[in-house]
Ligand binder design. Structure first.
Ligand code: ADP
Ligand code: MG
Length: 324
């Protein structure tokens, strides 16, 4: 195994990777089929490992971006995936290849697509399913934060599902903006997608784990309402909506949303990062206690009663937080 130990001096990037970067042509080992998604500097394609018939997702990351050599950024993304390897809510890195233009990450395939599709669909998911997906997302985020990693680009396009319907388990992807906290002092950067980023990022204030929790609030909001909480007509308006936390829970979009869901989201979409609950705090919010191990038909129960709570800590849940 080759060890790439170029020190990550570029803005706290990780430089140590264990996964060997193969230089043989990726097409000789994998049959590359359809496109799964694309971003600014990456294309993700479905591929089949010829030797095993197993399906993977191949993320082709361009090494040159805006005329600059960005290999260190790609190596960083690999290194973060390696740090998160024991996190079951993070997509697994299977292998890596290098071509003239790209580094290709062979990733565990998430066959259910993006949870984004469930945010814009005519038919929203039942709240019990949303609760399950948010709980899994929090587990993943909690695990990352315990490793001193912040994702910084959590959004419905970067939370995938292992199977489509009924929705499977979540897998967090896209660690291009992820950073390790604490290593080289304070982290301030302008990054992410305005619609989903926390006010402290727009204001160039220090980034902490609380930044990811804001995004979890946005994701939960979108899953229960089918709307993006801060999206304006243009970038300017979106920035303003985010930094003023211009969000309205009394609208028609919330008419069928439980009070507990609203309470959960309200506690995450707060301006001051220190006032947001941590991922661990969130997991004991009463919204997430519901139907934890329930597998039968929908019970006939009244809507949860409005509950008033202050602060960000909740009592311990009745049962363990682990998924079955
Ligand atoms: P980018 O940095 O360009 O946003 P992502 O890693 O987010 O790249 O991948 C882009 C899109 O490709 C994702 O939003 C998703 O739709 C799809 N995708 C990425 N990884 C996988 C995967 N492991 N399995 C299935 N689809 C994937
Ligand atoms: Mg992405």
């Amino acid at each position: 195994r080759r060890l790439d130990s170029r020190s990550g001096l570029t803005a706290g990037l990780l430089g140590e990777i264990q996964t060997p970067i193969n230089t043989e042509p990726v097409e000789s080992v994998y049959e590359i089929t359809g496109e799964l998604g694309r971003g600014k500097f990456a294309v993700v394609k479905r591929c089949v490992e010829k030797a095993t018939g197993k399906v993977f997702a191949a993320k082709f990351l361009r090494k040159r971006r805006r005329g600059r050599d960005c290999r260190a950024e790609v190596v960083h993304e690999m290194a973060v995936l390696e740090v998160a390897r024991n996190n079951p809510r993070v997509v697994n890195l299977h292998a890596a290849y290098e071509t003239d233009h790209d580094i290709v990450l062979i990733l565990e395939y998430a066959a259910g697509g993006e949870i984004f599709d469930h945010c814009v669909s005519e038919e929203l998911l039942p709240e019990a399913q949303i609760i399950r997906l948010i709980r899994q997302t929090l587990e993943g985020v909690h695990h990352l934060h315990q490793s001193n990693l912040v994702h910084l680009d959590l959004k419905p396009q970067n939370i995938l599902l292992t199977s489509p319907s009924p929705p499977g388990d979540i897998k967090i992807v896209d660690f291009g903006l992820a950073r390790r906290l604490g290593a080289v002092g304070e982290l301030r950067e302008i990054l992410g997608t305005p619609e989903y980023v926390a006010p402290e990022i727009l204001n160039y204030e220090p980034i902490t784990t609380a930044t990811d929790l804001w995004s979890v609030g946005v994701i939960a909001y979108m899953l229960v309402t089918g709307e993006s909480p801060f999206a304006g007509d243009d970038k300017q308006e979106t920035y303003l909506n985010v930094s003023q936390v211009n969000v309205d829970f009394s609208r028609e979009a919330f008419s069928r949303v439980s009070e507990l869901a609203v309470d959960f989201i309200r506690k995450l979409l707060v301006k001051v990062p220190e006032d947001r609950p941590s991922a661990a705090d969130c997991m004991s919010h009463p919204w997430l206690w519901q139907q934890q191990h329930y597998q039968g038909p929908e019970p006939v129960t009244p809507r949860p009663v409005r509950e008033r709570s202050c602060g960000t800590k909740w009592a311990a849940p009745p049962e363990d937080l682990e998924d079955k």
